[in-house]
Design a protein around this ligand. Sequence first.
Ligand code: HEC
Ligand code: HEC
Length: 147
Amino acid sequence: MKINKSVAIIAAALITAGSLCSLTLPPKQEKPKNLKVLPKDIGHEELIVVMRGFNTSLGVKCNFCHAPSKDDAKHLDFASDDNPHKDVARDMMRMADTINKQFFKGSQQMTVTCYTCHHGNKEPLSQPSDSAAKQISAPPPPPANNK
Ligand code: HEC
Ligand code: HEC
């Protein structure tokens, strides 16, 4: 029993090392411990692709959603839920998923992503900006020829 267990641990370590050697972030390659929305068996690289997508979609860095580590404030504790933005992001993931399942069923191109609303901003604009609003509300030009 004891031997089997250590073999399994070594095998797991090799698989982990093999699949993660090209990564730079985060420095310690551990299995995710606290996934509530993403599939628990998501590969590390895939997870980081998703996370980088969040960064670009919202125009933020990882620390916008992830709290600093309690042991070393220079590093982030990715599994921690201490930063409230992380749970907002989880709700947003569920929302986008629901919208896509309900309204964009089977469509490859039409999908709502974080970028669809956020466009590189933390807080999406719910109304047109001033200049765009003026254009929209400006009266139509008078007819050129009204004899
Ligand atoms: C917009 C918010 C947001 C940003 C920005 C973000 N993350 Fe995340 N991250 C999350 C959420 C939400 C989860 C948990 C997902 C879930 O519960 O399924 C998560 C989970 C993780 C996990 C898994 C932790 C564990 O053990 O459960 C890692 C690792 C991670 N993020 C790394 C990063 C890195 C690296 C960056 C920057 C490149 C980043 N994140 C940027 C929201 C964010
Ligand atoms: C349908 C549009 C829409 C989509 C899609 C969307 N969001 Fe949002 N998000 C919003 C709106 C609107 C707000 C601002 C809410 C507020 O101000 O209270 C917001 C706010 C947030 C915030 C809080 C920002 C802050 O400054 O406190 C985070 C974090 C966030 N979204 C993450 C995400 C992530 C991650 C995704 C993709 C999984 C996503 N959002 C997809 C509309 C959207």
